[in-house]
Unconditional design. Sequence first.
Length: 202
Amino acid sequence: MTEPQSAAAPGTRHLRAGWRPDEDATTTLFAIAAAVLLALFDSPQHIALSLGAVALGGLALTQKRRFPVLVLLVCVTVSVSAFVFVGVIGGAVLVLDALYIVGRYSPPAALRAVQVLVAVAVVAAFAVPVLLGEALRQGVFFGLQALAIFGTPLWWARSVRQSAALARVQEARADDADRLLVLEREEAVRDERERMARDLPD
């Protein structure tokens, strides 16, 4: 008896999924390319330092799946240090990629901690200009800008994470349905054989 074609469906789905490009490698390459492009706009005497910061952050991003929070800390440290000491911003793009990975793969407790820190950064972006005497609209502008910059990677990661979880549930249900169909067919074959055996003369 030949095996039903539906039993091969789960393996087919997994095989097709294996041909998809590596999302993490793609986002890392885009982030590094954008950071290098920004570094080229820095002053000539700072380009080497900016590219060095990008290289260090990019090297850290190669381990982002294994140590997402640690990689985020490295990228933030490199980016902030480069900006504070020499005013270069090339490494800032790498922080966004690291934020996305934290939102995508970190355990819930680590993700909540990062979300709290991002919320504090957004509030600080609003409050600091106001406390320094700037107009309220300036504080609102900086706060909204910080929310868009730091919140978007986390929001995107949350959306992808939920979609991936839903896809896994749907795939598991499809696999269960395939296995149930096979069992039902096998049971039908056994019932038919038993009926034929009872109908045969002794």
